[in-house]
Ligand binder design. Structure first.
Ligand code: 5GP
Length: 191
């Protein structure tokens, strides 16, 4: 998506540890016009895939999911990054190794919001090693729902998450795929 690539080149900052900072438009301060265009693009890509729910993970995925849900007219549900309270079996839980914080955390999602009748589009801001996405897929697996597709704003193509998900057969659409990045240089994969 050229608009997103141009914005990354204009405002993205590369930080040590292969972190791309896009907090002035995507995941802290939010450019709502850009998010709307992102939602429209995800709709164009997945509109024929029978999506009846959008699933994401807090916090950065929520705005992207909501803007996309306006096009699909479906609800958004997000996994919480909280300590599991799975005492009475009311929540699905999974463990995720955090890329940005370097530690493991639990995600939880109330069972009443995801079930075997659902066909979900999973959205997130970044795809790196694929750990957050594996956690969300694990939750889908526990719910017995089907995965219509995975939409990512920025995939870091030099990390293995994207290749693994494509090899596993998922319909994965990344609006921008970063090939390589350094302080003064960032290139995208042609799509
Ligand atoms: P993964 O689980 O695929 O390794 O990493 C994806 C998650 O880590 C995303 O939910 C995202 O919030 C965060 N993340 C991974 N790489 C980056 C990055 O370069 N910049 C930012 N801002 N977040 C990232």
């Amino acid at each position: 998506m050229k608009l997103l690539e141009d914005r990354i080149l204009q405002d993205g900052q590369v930080r040590p540890g292969n972190v791309l900072k896009v907090d002035c438009f995507l995941n802290h301060q939010l450019d709502v016009d850009l998010l709307d265009k992102i939602g429209e693009e995800f709709y164009r890509i997945f509109k024929n895939d029978g999506v009846n729910k959008i699933l994401t993970i807090e916090a950065s995925g929520i705005a992207i999911a909501c803007m996309t849900a306006r096009y699909f007219n479906v609800p958004v549900v997000f996994a919480k990054k909280a300590k599991s309270k799975n005492i009475d079996g009311e929540v699905y839980t999974s463990k995720v190794q955090s890329f940005t914080y370097g530690r493991e955390y639990d995600i939880t999602l109330a069972k009443k919001f995801l079930n075997s009748g659902d066909r979900v589009l999973i959205l997130d801001d970044f795809l790196a090693n694929g750990k957050a996405m594996k956690g969300l897929l694990d939750v889908c697996n526990q719910a017995g729902c089907s995965v219509a597709g995975i939409g990512i704003c920025i995939e870091k193509g030099f990390q293995p998450g994207g290749a693994e998900l494509r090899a596993a057969g998922y319909k994965l659409a990344s609006l921008a795929i970063v090939n390589e990045m350094s302080d003064d240089h960032l290139t995208f994969r042609e799509q």
